[in-house]
Design a protein around this ligand. Structure first.
Ligand SMILES: *Cc1c(COP(=O)(O)O)cnc(C)c1O
Length: 355
């Protein structure tokens, strides 16, 4: 697609059909096809998959392979690229289930905080970065790290879940692979789990596609269609979510500890984030004094739901320590939804007793 178009135009047209076709691809549920066309059997290919893969691939500048969840994408990435004894470098402060999965593989792990310092990449087969990291929202320099990792012969994958395909294009910054949980902002409506890998090299994409066909854990056509339908409004949703996050940052600034949102110039990661990200999103992090303080906040709020996900239409908050993240008891990952800014700010303000 014409790259001079804005995000709204690009994302809307990435999920649209051409003349004579429906505006959006429709779910095709076939398990078996009459031979002679592109499709043969539903474990290997499906027209609805192709519609979403082409949309995400065009937004990210590579070849996309979709999976039934973010973890299915991550586990396929690690199983496909790593053999016994290989070394994986991964973030110590990133998504904890990815670390847990890697720790059960017969490989060597080097855990590094997203903000660094990064050790030598010598002997590393795959570097997995996550930026902004989840839940701490630290940021690392993808281009610089990819260059150093490549010089040492390592491949680089970036978990782009928090940033979204509109917020950051890791392949353009030099990464080999994008991994994403589309359960979050891409599908965006808290009604489907989904994930994808996008590779710069067609050969890597082919190996992920083959792995999916062989292991048989494939996305359902209906779920694929839901993700595709959600993707079409990503620009609109991100715009409102980022506006809400900016207003909440302003409200909370100086009044809660550990406030992080890379979109604000006062955030320690802002300079780097502004340099490599195309736009910001609705995810903030802050600390209240205790588990009880977080519970009281959630009890008093009328618009913010306790939920362990982010990027959806509804504002939600998650006390990450309850899931085993190595973070303070009162750390809250806050996902600003698409409510009116005025209503959300007012609600959070009264629930925290800031009025
Ligand atoms: C949620 C998440 C995942 C896992 O995705 P699922 O769709 O829940 O399997 C991976 N990475 C990050 C950064 C996430 O937030």
């Amino acid at each position: 697609m014409n790259n001079s178009y804005g995000d709204g135009t690009r994302v809307v047209h990435s999920v649209s059909g051409g003349p004579g076709e429906p505006f959006g691809a429709q779910p095709v549920f076939a398990s078996v096809y009459h031979l002679g066309g592109q499709d043969t059997y539903g474990r290997s290919s499906n027209p609805t998959w192709r519609a979403l893969e082409s949309a995400l691939g065009s937004l990210e500048g590579g070849e996309c392979v979709i999976f039934p969840s973010g973890m299915a994408a991550i586990s396929t990435l690690l199983r496909t690229l790593l053999s016994t004894g290989d070394t994986l470098m991964l973030p110590s402060d990133g998504y904890f289930v990815a670390r847990r999965f890697a720790s059960e593989m017969d490989i060597n792990l080097v855990e590094v905080p997203t903000a660094g310092p990064y050790p030598s990449f010598d002997g590393v087969r795959l570097v997995l970065l996550e930026t902004p990291s989840n839940p701490g929202l630290d940021v690392c320099d993808i281009a610089t790290l990819a260059e150093a990792a490549h010089a040492a012969g390592a491949l680089v994958a970036v978990d782009n879940t928090t940033a979204t395909p509109l917020g950051q294009r890791p392949l353009e910054l030099g990464a080999d692979i994008v991994v994403s949980s589309d359960t979050k902002a891409v599908a965006g409506h808290s009604d489907v789990l989904f994930g994808h890998l996008t590779a710069a090299s067609p050969d890597l994409a082919t190996s992920f596609r083959n792995a999916r066909a062989l292991n048989g854990a494939i996305p359902g056509p209906f779920e694929t269609w839901l993700a595709l339908r959600g993707l079409g409004t990503l620009d609109l949703r991100l715009e409102r979510q980022a506006k809400n996050a900016a207003a909440l940052y302003e409200l909370l600034s100086g009044r809660v500890a550990g406030l992080r949102w890379p979109g604000d110039p006062a955030d320690p990661a802002h300079l780097l984030a502004a340099q490599q990200m195309r736009r910001f999103n609705g995810v903030l992090t802050f600390e209240l004094e205790s588990e009880e303080a977080v519970e009281a906040f959630l009890r008093k709020s009328r618009l913010v739901s306790a939920a362990t996900s982010f990027g959806g239409l509804h504002s939600s908050a998650d006390r990450r320590a309850q899931w085993g993240d190595p973070v303070p008891e009162g750390l809250v990952r806050f996902s600003a939804g698409c409510e009116d800014t005025h209503d959300l700010v007012k609600d959070v303000s009264q629930a925290l007793g800031l009025d």
